[in-house]
Write a protein that binds this ligand. Structure first.
Ligand code: PHE
Length: 444
């Protein structure tokens, strides 16, 4: 009943693409390369991969199951399946949704700006050094990035306002494969650069002497961020899914696609970093500085750059809508707010929350706490604390509190049963909470 009223995904493929669209975004193409660069390369990659495949995939399956079992936003889902203090995990997800989108949208705005700068020829001809200072000048200015932040938020709100089947499901179908194709073309291009192999070595050859508590937190946090886990985004998508779909294969597909795109992005960016003599630890600008330098070496580079940043913007949008959807689904389900009103209200609030993040690259650049700007702090709080903590609470809930209902979602409704059920429960109930807690306590 509830499903008919709330609307839902029309097909399995539509759901897989939406979930993959949520996972694949700026986290893969913008964040993953610079976080890998700042954390020493190969060893980080290994910790990241282990976290993604063991803990991340298990939690994604838990989120889909909880969402579909309850047919509710995260707050409503915990209330329906158990209630009590567990509802707080849902609220934490809604708040995380507001926070993460506030700074994600700032970077989403950068992609729009760069698409426009590319066609108007403003990126042409520069080398990595001049592209670096142009980027610093742009994000450090006051009004311009805020305008693009606003545009990105409006686009996100328009898609979410249109509802699940209408907006979100359609957006990813054509554009995601195109982005993928363009990344493959870039790999071919980047491999011909002198010095590229040093980047590959940095990326793939692990040097465990560089691993610290911070490296491990960063890898774990990046895994949650990239798979959209720990705040109920996947849970909310799961709540719109038909019982006919068998969840484990869906999880496998989404996890593999997300990892593939992150690794391919690393194979583009990190070799370019070394070929152009950029510092791999240069931070959030890495992608925006190295990519234009690659495009400048290609015939028709301006147009390819424009296409790339537009597609990156679409990839970012299919992620940002899943963040906003958590907040909107909460307001619609629990507070009976109309979808359009909820979307507009939440959108405006998130835009305002994002302003200090945007300004922290210029005006507020000196306002730091322990060396972190406002943007850095938001990112750290969300990625390295809220998402992992939310993730282990979801895991414990699935394994110890609502297990009979959860396993029914995976083995009961569908024709196939889930052969790995015991392993899955062990990871959710023991490995994930203990592992992530140890990492967090150790690193903080
Ligand atoms: N996974 C998205 C990305 O990689 C970001 C995201 C985080 C989306 C949390 C939803 C929830 O860009």
């Amino acid at each position: 009943m509830a499903r008919e009223i709330r609307g839902g995904f029309a097909s399995r493929l539509g759901f897989v693409l939406a979930a993959a669209g949520s996972a694949i975004g700026l986290g893969n193409i913008w964040k993953f390369p610079y976080v890998t660069g700042a954390n020493g390369g190969g060893a980080f990659l290994i910790i990241y991969l282990v976290t993604v495949f063991v803990i991340g995939s298990s939690i994604m399956l838990a989120e889909f199951s909880i969402g579909r079992a309850a047919e509710r936003n995260p707050v409503g889902a915990f209330r329906r399946l158990k209630g009590g203090a567990w509802v707080g995990v849902g609220y934490m997800g809604v708040i995380t949704g507001l926070l993460v989108l506030s700074f994600y949208s700032v970077v989403g705005g950068w992609t729009i700006a760069y698409a426009l700068k590319a066609v108007s020829g403003q990126l042409a001809g520069g080398d990595a050094a001049s592209l670096g200072s142009a980027f610093g000048g742009f994000i450090g200015s006051t009004a311009e990035p805020l305008v693009y932040h606003a545009i990105f938020m409006v686009l996100t709100a328009v898609v979410v306002g249109a509802g699940i089947g209408g907006g979100i499901e359609r957006a990813g179908k054509v554009l995601m494969p195109l982005l993928f194709l363009l990344i493959l073309i870039l790999i071919v291009q980047v491999m011909s650069l002198p010095g590229a192999s040093k980047g590959l070595e940095f990326f793939f050859a692990p040097d465990f002497s560089k691993v610290t508590g911070d490296t491990i937190i960063a890898a774990v946090g990046q895994a949650f961020f990239s798979l959209s886990l720990g705040m109920g985004a996947m849970m909310t998508y799961g709540s719109y899914l038909s019982r006919k779909v068998w969840l484990p294969t869906t999880v496998a597909t989404v996890t593999l696609l997300d990892t593939l795109v992150a690794i391919l992005a690393g194979i583009v960016i990190l070799p370019a970093v070394f070929a152009f003599g950029v510092d791999p630890a240069a931070g959030p600008g890495l992608t925006f500085i190295t990519l234009p330098a690659i495009f400048n070496q290609m015939p028709g580079g301006d147009w390819i750059a424009c296409a790339f940043f537009l597609l990156l913007c679409v990839a970012a949008l299919t992620s940002s809508v899943s963040m906003l959807e958590v907040v909107v689904a909460y307001l619609v389900d629990e507070k009976n707010v109309k979808r359009t009103r909820a979307t507009a209200g939440a959108g405006i609030l998130i835009f305002l929350l994002g302003i200090p993040s945007s300004l922290s690259f210029g005006l507020l650049g000196d306002a730091t706490w322990q060396g972190k700007t406002f943007f850095d702090m938001m990112d750290y709080l969300v990625t390295n604390i809220l998402l992992p903590v939310g993730g282990i609470l979801i895991a414990v809930f699935a394994a110890w509190v609502a297990w009979p209902r959860i396993i029914e979602e995976v083995s009961g409704w569908a024709k196939a049963s889930f052969p790995l059920a015991n392993v899955w429960r062990f990871v959710l109930g023991i490995v994930a909470p203990i592992g992530v807690l140890v990492v967090l306590i150790n690193g903080l």
